[in-house]
Write a protein that binds this ligand. Structure first.
Ligand SMILES: Cc1cc2nc3c(=O)[nH]c(=O)nc-3n(C[C@H](O)[C@H](O)[C@H](O)COP(=O)(O)OP(=O)(O)OC[C@H]3O[C@@H](n4cnc5c(N)ncnc54)[C@H](O)[C@@H]3O)c2cc1C
Length: 617
């Protein structure tokens, strides 16, 4: 008799997606199992030792507002914070943090082990158990059975993972770890389409082999910054990063060995992210550039390993040593772990619903890199949403989805489900048509009440949120009534005016630095700077946001016009063949969703609108 465990929800894979999914499911009261290949690698930071950054910090803030874990882990393990895009508008400011990857993993494990209702298992899930077209459980490689009402696959880069370093290849989801070679076939049998993607990571090098005197020191920001709603979690020392550059000598070695590059010899077939090119890609594709930046980031406080950001590669190991030694400050470099590429199977995410559930097999959910995304923040966000939905499925509740208009999480899921894509997906602020109103500083005002209603936001977070709301309500009238004297304006901003001006007006002026003005205003009114900053951004973007709102309102009707069940797109006069094929494959629920499917043009939407109108008539 095989060992049989019975759970409401089973999560497969304890990476960034799996952790959020497991915590959300257990916090919503479901008996939850988290099965992973190796418990010692729970929530491994596979690549860059950092959290946040452009577009991504927006996701971290939204995860936090909904009661997820990532922001807290980032604060507990941060060893440097920096605001990116500071010279641009506050809507696109982004917080990025260097983290100690070992501290991050330790706190993640503590959160998982301490979570009531959650049990951890080390095993490899190999097969799905189905009955009457529904998922009823899973079987592991060792034959252990887990029965469940819903399961979330968060298997990252491990499905038929293949590592390449020059001529060397090995199966593995990450270097030094196993891959999972049978699960892809089991998934394929359910009708799921799989595709081959690729990602890569740079070498890790020994700190003592680096000469920092030849590099530029990069400190973080001084002011107290954080991701999580609660203050005071971060007590770690701050550590600098180091900047250096490749040059013609480095590029020549790479160019002369093009034939040995698995990327260019055709050995690697998976499609990699264009926005994150390897060093050989940069040298060949941007041949006009005389140098490329390398950024050395510490992997932790108690280890000597540095991550060489900007230098991911799959070139042979001896060439990695050779070209890195040409870089100023790296002449004596010692590689601890070579750069490598990993190819893996991911699913075609257009087969999922907006709840991240496979359309053809109720109860089967997917989240993270297995859905074709890249990045810890994208993975964690999907994990949270899939965990919530799996728990709701187990309890017989309806789907939980977020619209594009109120969150980047909603944008990401909508993009994945309707557009899929050929390369790993990552978040950019440009992906959102509502980006002026979707800022990290207002994520709590957009989502905390939703998280509370779901049952994920605990009492202390809710109380802090309500207190902040109270403060903002009190401060806003002061910004409208209190003024800055001409002499103060001239002193602080070298601006000459004859009369004093109200803060609410000053924040709309494009010639004044909003953040600096918010700091002055907070001091003058004796209020918290972060509160004043939030209101300042609201005031500054008010006109644009109102415009956006009107555009959204105009398209809302289209967004909400639903197709009848089992609607057939074939045979509608005038629809292009490509549009029919893509609409039939993705099965959009509404006209709005249809309009975002690649290959569906505004003309096709007009035809569909007309056709639906005729049916109704
Ligand atoms: C080499 C490499 C380079 C990367 N480069 C970048 C980059 O440049 N930029 C970027 O943003 N992101 C990069 N990433 C991606 C980033 O690490 C991932 O996006 C993120 O970790 C994905 O999280 P996840 O939870 O989806 O999967 P992972 O963190 O990969 O976790 C997957 C988990 O699933 C478990 N698992 C798999 N199969 C099974 C099974 N059958 N049974 C039980 N458990 C299973 C594994 O043990 C693992 O714990 C890289 C990843 C790798 C491996």
């Amino acid at each position: 008799m095989p060992i049989t465990h019975s759970f409401d929800v089973v999560i497969i894979g304890a990476g960034h997606a799996g952790l959020e999914a497991a915590l959300a499911s257990a916090r919503l009261g479901c008996r939850t199992a988290l099965i992973t290949l190796n418990l010692e690698q729970l929530v491994n930071i596979s690549c860059n030792p950092s959290i946040g950054g452009l577009g991504k910090s927006h996701l971290v803030a939204e995860i936090d507002a909904l009661g997820g874990e990532q922001a807290k882990l980032a604060d507990l393990s941060s060893i440097q914070y920096k605001i990116l895009n500071r010279s641009k508008g506050m809507a696109v400011w982004a917080l990025r943090s260097q983290i100690d990857k070992y501290l991050y993993a330790r706190h993640a494990r503590r959160a998982a082990e301490g979570q009531e209702g959650l049990k951890l298992f080390q095993d490899s899930v190999a097969d799905l158990l189905m009955e009457d077209g529904r998922l009823i459980g899973l079987r592991t490689e060792r034959g252990v059975v887990f029965t469940c009402k819903a399961a979330v696959f968060c298997t990252g880069t491990f499905l038929r993972g293949k590592i390449t370093i020059g001529e060397y290849t090995h199966s593995g989801g990450r270097i030094g770890e196993l891959s999972c070679d049978t699960l892809s076939e089991s998934l394929r049998k359910t009708g799921l389409r799989l595709r081959r993607l690729k990602t890569g990571t740079p070498a890790r090098v020994h700190r003592q082999s680096l000469d920092f005197s030849k590099m530029e020191r990069e400190e973080g920001d001084e002011e107290p910054l954080r991701f999580h709603w609660k203050e005071g979690l971060n007590r770690n020392p701050r550590v600098p990063c180091w900047l250096t550059w490749t040059h013609e000598g480095t590029h020549r070695i790479i160019r002369e060995n093009r034939h040995r590059s698995p990327l260019y010899s055709g050995k690697i077939e998976g499609i990699g992210p264009r926005y994150c090119p390897s060093i050989e890609d940069k040298v060949f594709r941007f041949a006009e550039k005389a140098r490329h930046q390398l950024y050395l980031e510490p992997e932790g406080l108690d280890v000597e390993a540095y991550y060489v950001n900007g230098c991911s590669s799959s070139m042979p190991e001896e060439l990695q040593w050779e070209f890195m030694k040409t870089v100023p400050g790296m002449e004596g470099v010692e590689i601890l772990k070579p750069a490598y590429a990993v190819e893996y199977d991911s699913i075609d995410s257009t087969q999922l619903t907006h709840a991240l559930e496979y359309k053809n097999l109720p109860g089967l959910f997917f989240a993270g890199q297995v859905n074709g995304t890249s990045g810890y923040e994208e993975a964690a966000g999907q994990g949270l949403l899939a965990g919530i939905n799996a728990a709701r499925r187990a309890r017989g509740l309806g789907d939980f989805t977020l619209p594009r208009a109120t969150s980047y999480l909603g944008v990401m899921v909508d993009d994945l489900v309707l557009q899929g894509g050929d390369e790993p997906y990552r978040m950019f602020t440009a992906r959102s048509e509502h980006r002026l109103s979707l800022r990290p500083d207002n994520a709590d005002r957009r989502l905390t009440a939703i998280g509370r209603e779901l049952g994920l936001v605990p009492d202390d977070q809710w109380a802090a949120f309500k207190a902040k709301e109270g403060r903002l309500e009190r401060i806003l009238p002061k910004l409208r009534s209190e003024s800055m004297a001409p002499s103060d304006l001239e002193r602080a901003f070298s601006v000459r005016t004859a009369e004093s001006a109200r803060y609410a007006y000053l924040f709309t002026r494009s010639d004044l630095d909003t953040a600096a003005l918010a700091a002055v205003c907070a001091r003058e009114l004796d209020e918290r700077e972060e509160d004043v900053r939030t209101l300042a951004a609201d005031l500054k973007y008010h006109g644009y946001v109102e415009n956006q709102r009107q555009v959204v309102e105009r398209t809302r009707k289209r967004e909400e016009t639903a197709f009848p069940p089992a609607f057939a797109f074939e045979g509608i006069p005038g629809l292009k063949v490509e549009a029919v094929q893509n609409l039939t494959r993705v099965k959009p629920a509404t006209l709005g969703q249809a309009s975002r499917i690649p290959g569906v043009t505004p003309a096709d939407i007009q035809i569909l609108l007309h056709h639906l109108g005729k049916r109704e008539g």
